[in-house]
Design a protein around this ligand. Structure first.
Ligand SMILES: [Zn+2]
Length: 317
């Protein structure tokens, strides 16, 4: 590791990180219901996170993981490129990459949607760690938030405020259902991500699933890859992985969506009833004014992070 960065060199995640070797998995698309294979490939420092559709000719399927390539946020985050090629449901892979501090990687996929696996980021964390993590001699580049930026739409809000770490706090309110009202907060680092967030699965309501299917969506959805809620009941026979799995998954989605900034965020996110759409609008608002942010190179204290803080996550029904 380079000594050029002084103390920064002593902290692994102060360096740009990729994986040691390529690794592959197969699954199905949540919305298409079709089989899809994904291969994670190491990339040189400075490459960034780049998706590539291998089922379209040549380089037409290259999709950089960037906030300004997001064109749909209805039921998942979807990227598009100038050739009209799209890739859906990138957020759970993006969350795993953010959580493990991976900056440079090629994600090759042979269909229009990433595999849903079990509906969480845990299978992707397992894959990445199985491939092995490798730090480069190049410093990480952080998006440092310089002043608070907020978006409000009706009762939904999302904001990013200056902080010397990356934290995410979210409040959700699904009224008189098993989800109810939950809130949670985490200072994001590899340990907290893996133990507190990565296993939380996506969720949906039974009535909504029926509607989505009637409209050709969620065709691959099942109790194997989502928590399904009907009123006060969780339909999955195995139950929940955490009492507050729902808000933890919202935090996971947010970590993935914000990683489309183009680097790790140094800032405190707070969301109330927020989702993919608001997360992307927030990034657009940050980048709309250069006074809102600056790009800074690796800071050792960030990489170490603070322990998980989940003081009031229990469901407040
Ligand atoms: Zn999700």
């Amino acid at each position: 590791m380079s000594d050029r960065r002084g103390k920064a060199a002593a902290v692994p995640t102060a360096s740009r990180r990729t994986i040691v070797q390529a690794i592959r998995c197969e699954g199905i698309g949540l919305h298409t219901g079709k089989p899809v294979a994904m291969t994670l490939v190491p990339a040189a420092p400075g490459t960034g996170i780049v998706f590539r559709r291998t089922d379209v000719p040549g380089d037409t399927g290259v999709l950089p993981a960037r906030w300004d390539r997001v064109t749909q946020t209805m039921h998942a985050t979807l990227l598009s490129n100038a050739n009209g090629v799209t890739l859906s449901t990138v957020e759970h892979v993006m969350a795993a990459l953010a959580g493990l501090g991976i900056d440079d990687i090629l994600v090759a996929v042979d269909g229009p949607e990433l595999p849903i696996m079990d509906g969480s980021s845990e299978p992707f964390v397992f894959l990445l760690e199985s491939a092995g993590l490798r730090d480069s001699e190049q410093p990480r580049r952080y998006l440092k938030i310089r002043r608070t930026v907020s978006i409000t739409e009706g009762r939904k809000t999302a904001s990013l405020s200056p902080a010397d770490h990356f934290s995410v706090s979210v409040e959700i309110d699904f009224g008189d259902t098993a989800v109810a009202r939950q809130s949670g907060a985490v200072v994001v680092n590899p340990t907290s991500f893996k133990t507190e967030i990565s296993r939380a699965r996506t969720f949906g309501f039974l009535e909504e699933v029926n509607y989505l299917r009637a409209n050709g969506l969620a065709l691959g959805g099942s109790l194997d890859n989502a928590v399904v809620v009907s009123g006060q009941s969780v339909m999955n026979p195995e139950g929940l992985r955490f009492a507050d799995e729902f808000v933890r998954h919202k935090i996971l989605d947010c970590i993935g969506d914000l990683y489309l900034a183009g680097g790790p965020v140094l800032g405190a996110f707070h969301g109330v009833r927020s989702g993919h759409a608001l997360n992307n609008k927030l990034l657009r608002a940050v980048f709309a004014d250069p006074a809102n942010y600056e790009w800074v190179e690796a800071i050792p204290a960030v990489a170490v992070g603070a322990p998980m803080d989940l003081p009031a996550v229990a469901a407040r029904a």
